[in-house]
Design a protein around this ligand. Structure first.
Ligand code: TXA
Ligand code: MG
Length: 315
C-alpha cells in the first residue's frame, strides 16, 4: 500500500466541502459521529469500499454500516417495515443501526454487504456527521476508524494513531459524545439485538411493544464483526477487579483508588464516553495488564461490559 499524507480537516464549511469532494473522488475520510469515529467511503464505489478493508486490515467477510442523512434516502436502499418505522421515529437520528432487507437495484457496492441480502443503515446525530452526509449527498459506508481488532477511536488522535498514512483525511470534530458503537437491531425478521450499544434493549423492547430477542454468541454469525476477541488493547485485560495487583494499570469505576476512573459518581453515560479513551491511555503506559473495576450490568453497562469482555477475550 502506497503511503499517503493524511490531512486533518476542520469541521467547518470549508473542511466539510473538502471532505465531501475527497469522498466523491473515491478517497477515505474519517469523521466523527456521536458513537465513535467512522472511516468513510462512497458506498456506491467498489474501489473506495475495497480500500476501507485494506486500510483497516479487516477480514473481507465483514459487512459495513451505511450512513445517511435523511429517511427517504434510507428507504431507497432497504425494504422498510413498521418495526423500522417505530424505532426510527423514537431513536433517529441517533446511535442505532437497523439491519433490513436490501432493495433490488440499490446502488450499493457488493463489498458493503459482503454478499448478504441485508443492509445495515444508520442515521447519525452528531452535527459534523450530518453536515458531511449532506455535503456528500449520498450513502457513506463507514466502519469504526481503527485498525481491525484494535480499540475503537473516540478522538481524531486515535484515528491517526492507527490509520495515519493509510487514509486521505480525518475531520477533527473533537471527542465523541456516546463513546460506544451504535446498537445494532436486526429487523429483517423477528427483531433481534445483534450488538448492544448506546440504545438499550429495554428501550427498544418498550418502543416495539415486545421483548427484543438477543443474538447469542453461539448462534450463526449474522453480525460477523462480533468475533469474541475485538477491541483489543496491547495489554491483557482483567475484569471485575475488586483489588489491584502490583504493576497493573488500574481502570476504576465508582469510589475506588485507581489510575483513571470511568466515572467516580457511577454515571453510566460518562463511563461509556470515557471507556475507549481511557483504554487507549492506560495501554500507552505499557503495563502488562489493565485491571478494571466491576461495572453494573444495567442500562449502558450492558454495552460497556460487552466491549470489556471482548477486550479481555483470549487472542
Ligand atoms: O457506531 C457505529 O456503528 C460505528 C459508527 C462509525 O457508525 N460503526 C461501526 O462499524 O461500529 P463497524 O464496522 O465497526 O461495525 C459494524 C457491525 C459489524 O459487527 C458488522 O458485522 C455489522 O455491523 N453488520 C453490518 N452489516 C450487517 C448486516 N447486513 N447484517 C448483520 N450485521 C451487519
Ligand atoms: Mg469496529
Amino acid at each position: 500500500m502506497a503511503k499517503l499524507t493524511t490531512q486533518t480537516l476542520a469541521p467547518d464549511a470549508e473542511g466539510l466541502e473538502r471532505a465531501a469532494a475527497l469522498l466523491h473522488q473515491g478517497a477515505l475520510v474519517a469523521f466523527p459521529t456521536e458513537t465513535v469515529y467512522g472511516l468513510g467511503a462512497d458506498a456506491g464505489n467498489d474501489r473506495a469500499v475495497a480500500r476501507i478493508y485494506e486500510a483497516k486490515g479487516r477480514p473481507s467477510f465483514n459487512p459495513l454500516i451505511v450512513h445517511l442523512a435523511d429517511l427517504d434516502a434510507v428507504k431507497d436502499l432497504v425494504v422498510w417495515n413498521d418495526n423500522a418505522d417505530a424505532v426510527a421515529q423514537a431513536f433517529w437520528p441517533g446511535p442505532l443501526t437497523l439491519v433490513l432487507p436490501l432493495r433490488d437495484g440499490a446502488k450499493i457496492s457488493k463489498l458493503v454487504t459482503a454478499g448478504l441480502d441485508t443492509l445495515a443503515v444508520r442515521m447519525p446525530e452528531a452535527p459534523v456527521a450530518r453536515a458531511l452526509l449532506h455535503a456528500f449527498g449520498g450513502p457513506v459506508a463507514a466502519p469504526s476508524a481503527n485498525r481491525s481488532g484494535q480499540i475503537s477511536p473516540t478522538r481524531a488522535a486515535h484515528v491517526l494513531e492507527g490509520l495515519s498514512g493509510r487514509i486521505e483525511a480525518v475531520v477533527d470534530g473533537g471527542p465523541c459524545q456516546v463513546g460506544l458503537e451504535s446498537t445494532i437491531l436486526g429487523l429483517a425478521g423477528k427483531p433481534t439485538l445483534l450488538r448492544p450499544g448506546g440504545i438499550t434493549l429495554d428501550a427498544l423492547s418498550e418502543t416495539l411493544g415486545a421483548r427484543v430477542a438477543e443474538r447469542r454468541d453461539t448462534e450463526a454469525i449474522s453480525a460477523p464483526g462480533q468475533t469474541r476477541s475485538h477491541y483489543a488493547p496491547r495489554a491483557s485485560v482483567r475484569l471485575n477487579a475488586t483489588d489491584w495487583d502490583p504493576g497493573e494499570a488500574r481502570l476504576g469505576f465508582g469510589a475506588v483508588d485507581c489510575d483513571l476512573n470511568l466515572s467516580p459518581s457511577e454515571d453510566m453515560t460518562e463511563a461509556a464516553a470515557n471507556l475507549f479513551e481511557y483504554l487507549h491511555r492506560l495501554d500507552a503506559l505499557g503495563a502488562h495488564t489493565i485491571a478494571v473495576s466491576p461495572i453494573p450490568h444495567i442500562g449502558l453497562g450492558v454495552a460497556i461490559n460487552d466491549r470489556l469482555s471482548r477486550a479481555a477475550a483470549e487472542r
